[in-house]
Design a binder for this molecule. Structure first.
Ligand SMILES: [Zn+2]
Length: 448
């Protein structure tokens, strides 16, 4: 692992954006979405944290500052993102646009421990964020940056959780939000939140690639700030999933952190968070990162089995729509994250993912389908003997159960062949009918 001098700039130095490919360094307030020299992805580097007098903060002082911020008012610091400001966006000042977000729970449920095979399995549920997904952590930082660079509008090409989050934070910041989607190829349910929060939804005559091209050209020519998945400030916000869970564990690193993997933005962000925490001495050992893909969208898992010798793209197909991605954008950063943590990448079938989702939902926790990949992955690695039942494991759920109501209605009401369907029951309006249902329910063997 890298030393603190390799991971951070000089103590108190202003943050910069650096091209991961050619090393070109740009000012932190440069609004270009990628390296203007070579087109490579940008990443953020911060100065090593210092106190008000410019003295380097040791690990204990940094932890103390984070803890103080937990209960602070005004709300900016009470956010589960902005409490970690010193290693997310130290110069944000009064520009912060915060709901607040984060502060998501670390849950444990006997049913999930039993099903996964890990005694003390912990669930970090990012569906508890304000718009129902982890995207809010990156978006609060991305929209704050848009305010700082004086953007006239913010935009993304996405049909899912990113659009909803962008719409919410753009509304709060008072900046117009634009969402680009291919005309006629979008499920209205996915867009409901985006429309409600007031983002302008542009139905582009063309496919998704045409949307991506158009949003990029518009950003260049019209001064619109791009908040797509490769925006480096969104990565800084997403790091706080790991920072917060480590803080919840009193900075005693677990053995494994398991997450769903599609575009690989979180895998990259988790790797960066762990690198920085270790370099600052906030943790004294590194957890192994486990990235779980859906079998029908698993180019990264295939590459992992060959020690990342080849970068693959696939035609992606899975019920886990939030990770249905065939050509992940944050590939190189994610390779670094997996290598740097002795990590693991695997793929689970749609059947395994749906099985996991049913158990998570029935435990009263609930999650979006893609989220369930993480717990399906834990169960697989226990079966393979890689995770032991006594290991300390945190599995991340990325989205709320209500993100995909169509799937729930199909499973429980429409589909004829689903064994665990919990069908609604039509009854006459009398107590005897209720009593009959109650008797039947109580006679069923209930597995908590
Ligand atoms: Zn470059």
């Amino acid at each position: 692992m890298n030393s603190v001098a390799e991971v951070f700039l000089a103590p108190g130095a202003p943050s910069v954006q650096r091209c991961a490919r050619c090393g070109t360094v740009r000012d932190e307030l440069d609004a270009a979405p990628a390296c203007p020299e070579c087109g490579g992805l940008l990443e953020i580097l911060h100065g090593r944290p210092v106190d008000a007098s410019g003295n380097v903060l040791d690990a204990l002082s940094i932890k103390h500052a984070f803890a103080q911020h937990c209960c602070a008012r005004p709300l900016g610091y009470a956010s589960g993102v902005w409490r970690f400001e010193s290693i997310v966006m130290p110069s944000a000042g009064s520009a912060i646009t915060s709901h607040p977000e984060g502060n998501t729970p670390l849950l444990s449920r006997a049913a999930l421990s039993r099903w996964s095979g890990v005694n003390g399995l912990l669930i970090k549920h990012e569906g508890h964020n304000p718009t129902g997904s982890f995207k809010d952590r990156g978006m609060t930082v991305g929209v704050t940056q848009a305010v700082r660079v004086g953007a006239t509008a913010v935009a993304c090409a996405s049909t899912g959780n990113t659009s909803a989050s962008l719409a919410s934070y753009a509304a709060q910041a008072g900046i117009p939000g634009l969402v680009f989607v291919p005309e006629g190829k979008v499920a209205v349910g996915k867009l409901a939140q985006t429309l409600a929060y007031g983002a302008r939804t542009l139905m582009v005559r063309g496919d998704f690639d045409a949307c991506l091209r158009l949003v990029q050209e518009s950003a260049r020519e019209l001064g619109i700030y791009l908040l797509n998945s490769i925006n480096p400030w969104r990565v800084e916000g997403q790091k706080t999933i790991v920072l917060e869970l480590l803080q919840q564990l009193d900075w005693k690193a677990p053995d494994f952190i398991v997450l769903p993997a599609g575009n690989l933005g979180n895998t990259a962000a988790f790797g960066k968070a762990l690198r920085e925490c270790y370099a600052l001495g906030l943790i004294d050992r590194l957890p192994r990162l486990v990235a779980v893909q859906a079998a029908g969208a698993a180019p990264f898992a295939k590459s992992f089995r060959e020690d990342f010798a080849t970068r693959y793209t696939v035609a992606a197909e899975t019920v886990a729509t939030a990770i249905r991605i065939g050509d992940p954008a944050s590939w190189d950063r994610a390779v670094r994250a997996i290598r740097g943590t002795n990590g693991i990448v695997l793929a689970c079938s749609d059947e395994d993912i749906v099985d996991a989702k049913v158990v998570i939902d029935a435990a009263g926790v609930g999650c979006e389908a893609a989220s369930a990949a993480s717990i399906a992955g834990v169960r697989r690695l226990v079966a393979d003997g890689i995770i032991q039942s006594a290991d300390r494991v945190v599995a991340v759920l990325t989205g709320h159960v209500l993100k995909d109501p169509g799937m729930l209605i199909e499973l429980h009401q429409t589909r004829a062949d689903f064994a665990n369907a919990n069908r609604p029951i039509v009854i006459d309006a009398n107590v005897a009918a209720v009593a009959r249902v109650l008797r039947e329910t109580q006679s069923l063997s209930i597995t908590p």
